[in-house]
Design a binder for this molecule. Structure first.
Ligand code: MN
Length: 326
């Protein structure tokens, strides 16, 4: 999915988080139009939170009724310095990329694109598509030692699942309760989906030193007494010894959890690029404009997205707290 021209921090203020977890905070997302046909709810980055682990971007979309409509139509565009995770609750997306992959992205599987040094892709609802589109797209910043690796696209259809209390948990990324996702990531990271029936209870076991973000895809829950509904992200800071976050489903609910060890490398994020310096962003933009580095997406009839004009000021690297470093 295509990112923002510039990361804009809207005026929404954070709300109080969990009573007994200092530093926890409820972050309301904001709606962002994505192309002509899709609006997404951007939950990260937020004005008051840039990263959760190395997760640097969380877009939630739908459920949208797309019967008889184009659905998602994102033309070819480039990425570098990141991995994208596409997780669908409903719908279908045709993914095509500059490695020659043409894949169908469907619910229940993890679809992980590693941009490494550079890849281009398009994401389109197929002409014949399910009536609903509903899911997440997330980005993971690659650490310095992995951000220039070769690009790849991997689908993991058989993720480990476990039943814990009243929840059915899929381990999408990382390890939870002894179950490890096969997805190849490059920093200590967690991605989980938990399904609960109305009234069901579950305790998310937070790993020591991991920070977490919780969101609901369907339904609504209470997390340690705090109401969590669609459209907001509940941030829970790292606890030295870990801990348990009690979850109670107020209706049939699907919860998604992102987590990881705090990511300490300063980043420059602009458009679809994650880099370290202004110069790296300029080089990526120039390479895309000149048809270098990212390759061509075959089989997509839509014209590639041109990069937006760069702002007249230098882009600054920021640390995970938002502090300007250069
Ligand atoms: Mn994309």
């Amino acid at each position: 999915m295509a990112g923002p021209e510039q990361v804009v921090y809207p005026g929404e203020r954070a709300e109080a988080g969990l009573d007994d977890v200092p530093g926890s905070v409820l972050l309301p997302g904001h709606d962002v139009p994505l192309g002509r046909f899709t609006t997404v709810r951007r939950l990260l980055p937020h004005r008051q939170r840039r990263l959760i682990g190395a997760w640097c971007f969380v877009d939630s979309f739908g459920p949208d009724l797309v019967a008889g409509q184009p659905g998602m139509q994102v033309p070819p565009h480039p990425h570098c310095g990141l991995q994208t995770v596409t997780w669908l609750v409903a719908g279908e997306i045709a993914h095509r990329d500059s490695l020659g992959n043409a894949r169908s992205v469907t619910p229940g599987g993890l679809h992980l694109m590693t941009s490494g040094h550079g890849i281009a892709h398009s994401e389109q609802s197929p002409r014949e598509h399910p009536d609903l589109m509903h899911g997440l797209q997330l980005w993971v910043a690659l650490p310095d030692g992995a951000r220039d690796i070769a690009p790849a696209f991997d689908s993991y259809e058989d993720l480990p699942t476990l039943s814990e209390d009243a929840a059915r948990v899929s381990v999408v990324v990382g390890e939870y309760a002894g179950a490890r996702s096969p997805a190849r990531v490059h920093t200590p990271l967690l991605g989980l989906e938990a399904q609960l029936s109305a009234g069901g209870r579950w305790a998310l076991r937070a790993a020591p030193r991991f920070e977490h973000g919780l969101l609901v895809l369907t339904g609504s829950v209470r997390v340690a007494g705090t109401l969590l509904e669609r459209g907001s992200l509940l941030y829970v800071p790292p606890q030295d010894a870990g801990g348990e976050l009690p979850v109670e489903a107020l209706e049939d609910s699907t919860l998604f959890v992102v987590g990881g060890e705090p990511f300490d490398e300063p980043l420059v994020m602009w458009w679809n690029f994650v880099a370290r310096t202004h110069e790296e962003i300029v080089a990526a933009r120039d390479d895309w404009a000149a048809g270098r580095r990212f390759g061509q997406v075959g089989g997509c009839e839509r014209a590639a997205l041109p990069a937006p004009t760069m702002p007249g000021v230098r882009l600054k690297a920021r640390d995970r707290h938002g502090g300007v470093l250069s």
